[in-house]
Design a protein around this ligand. Structure first.
Ligand SMILES: O=C(O)CCCC[C@@H]1SC[C@@H]2NC(=O)N[C@@H]21
Length: 364
């Protein structure tokens, strides 16, 4: 039976105006997309950082090629958050994000775009232009990058961001991805506590995947280049917050644990991430990974996991079983066999699944 709905005349007027505005916006956005234009909006936490944002905008506007973008992003429009008018809608609650951010070095200058090829490409190509700790976030990526040149599916509802940092000690660099992973899992836990929500037990699958209830919900990508005694690092995170496809997402699991509870937002997770990351990164730099290893091993999926290693000895294939115990100082898997010999396990690079085709090196 059809439902009769009575609309208040004022509501009807508002609805008509809203519909017209939405149609106008959609047409305009469709026009922008058809022309291949890209919009980048700069936001800052403090007045000091706002000045940096203003000078960045000026530089990008006045110097040819100051902003390096992918081929697909030929026409780039850079705006300050305060310049955004009614023709463009920022689909990210910058106010909520900035209010929740207490980190003093990371995430305070934010570049938002409705659609980018890859936030990772944007920050790594412009590493030297962007103040350290700048974050780039987008709603959708059309050329998202995963590790080993994989494509990273980046639909709406995912938290997709990359940020910059510098490191001096090359021995610590391979371990940085673990700090980023841990900052994501700890940030989600903290947020669930703060909001009185059930705990989401997001786990780390070594080396850089995030799993929830046995399904992949995210991944970490860290790339670096070396210049003048520093490693310039671009760190990227993809996390499925709100889109049930292709696996599951944080909010679907929350809904299952407690129906009708409030949800996690990208804004809160991003701020909580930087708050945690700054804390963990400082511990990592000042005291080393050892101090965090316990927490890392409690958060990953592998303690006590048995792995079969296949080796060719004299042309014959020999299988042996080892047990994962933790990480070695260089960030690879530490394992022991039944005779209590210790090994470092390395991926052989041929398989998408890191746990297939592991190669072992005996440790003294
Ligand atoms: O392969 C992996 O598991 C890592 C995936 C990392 C994806 C994120 S999404 C935001 C940032 N931009 C990219 O293009 N990649 C990273």
């Amino acid at each position: 039976m059809p439902l009769a709905v009575r609309i208040h005349p004022f509501a009807a007027a508002v609805t008509a105006a809203t519909v017209a505005a939405v149609i106008h916006l959609r047409r305009r956005r469709a026009h922008i997309n058809a022309m291949g234009s890209t919009l980048l909006v700069l936001f800052a936490k403090s007045n000091e950082e706002l000045k940096l944002a203003q000078s960045l905008k000026l530089k990008f506007e006045t110097t040819t090629d100051a902003l390096k973008v992918s081929e697909e992003e030929k026409e780039v429009k850079v705006l300050l958050g305060s310049d955004v008018g009614s023709t463009c809608q920022v689909n990210f609650g910058v106010g909520l994000y900035m209010d929740s951010l207490v980190a003093t070095r990371f995430g305070r200058l934010l570049l938002w775009s409705p659609r980018l090829s890859s936030t990772h490409d944007l920050v790594s190509k412009n590493f030297h232009e962007l103040p350290l700790g700048t974050v780039c976030i987008t709603d959708i990526q059309f050329k998202g990058r995963g590790r080993s040149k994989n494509v990273w599916d980046s639909p709406l509802g995912c938290l997709l961001f990359s940020f910059t940092l510098q490191m001096e000690d090359g021995r610590k660099l391979p371990l940085l991805q673990y700090i980023v992973s841990l900052a994501v899992t700890e940030a989600i836990k903290q947020l669930c506590r703060d909001k009185g929500l059930p705990q989401l037990d997001v786990k780390i699958k070594w080396p850089n995947d995030l799993y929830l209830e046995g399904l992949k919900v995210g991944g970490i990508l860290c790339t670096s280049s070396y210049q003048s005694k520093f490693f310039n690092v671009s760190a990227g995170v993809g996390l499925n917050v709100d889109n049930e496809k292709p696996t599951t997402c944080l909010n679907t699991v929350l809904e299952k644990l407690r129906p009708n509870s409030s949800k996690l937002t990208r804004e809160e997770i991003l701020a909580s991430f930087f708050n945690k990351f700054e804390e963990l990164f400082d511990i990592f730099l000042n005291e080393g990974f050892n101090v965090l290893e316990d927490l890392y091993c409690k958060t990953w999926l592998h303690s006590g996991q048995k792995v079969v290693i296949e080796e060719k000895i004299d042309g014959r294939s020999i299988q042996s079983e080892v047990t994962i115990k933790g990480l070695t100082s260089s960030g690879y898997l530490l394992a022991t066999d039944k005779q209590k010999n210790s090994y470092e396990l390395h991926p052989d690079g041929n398989s998408f699944d890191f746990f297939k085709g592991l190669v072992r090196r005996k440790l003294e």
